[in-house]
Design a protein around this ligand. Sequence first.
Ligand code: ZN
Length: 207
Amino acid sequence: MIPRGHGVPISFPSPGTPGEGEGGGSSGPSTRPPPQPSPGVPEEGGAPVFRIGQGYDIHRLQSGGQLILAGIVVADGISPVAHSDGDVALHAVVDALLGAIALGDIGEMFPNTDPKWKNANSRVFVDAAMQEVRKRGLTVVNLDVTILAERPKLKEFKQRMIASLTEMVGGSVNVKAGTNEGCDAVGRGEAIAALAVVLLCKSGSAG
Ligand SMILES: [Zn+2]
């Protein structure tokens, strides 16, 4: 519980160049301190450039085939129902990356009606999304992924999944794995889901 009424006021970094913001501030004349440079973070217009994105994906599970998560084969004899390889973790990561750069979603970029993506290794989607990220001079600060699956137990694969994702996107990567406590289709083992949050910043090396 967060007690009300006696918290320390939270201060946020000043957004962007004065006069270029979204406007509509309701706090009257600005008393904000000027933007402070962040060590190691390149600046643009006096303020570091950050972009955040979140992604979510879910696939039904079926018997047979392989279950691939974050590019790692974690189980045989079970697989997602999908047009591509159904890597739910990578799909959530792609949506987070595309979200951070306001580029729509994975379905728009790689339609599941396109035969080109039939049984595709989802790594190609991540590579394409990262290409767009780098094109904008951005790099991954950190990526946080949560995978929800009743089976198999993923604990033993976490380090390999982290290594795999780090190799794909860079930055600081974390993978969390849990069950859905028996609730809904994920909890009944009929589906697998993943969530991802990514923070990007200006790399300073690209225009
Ligand atoms: Zn998917």
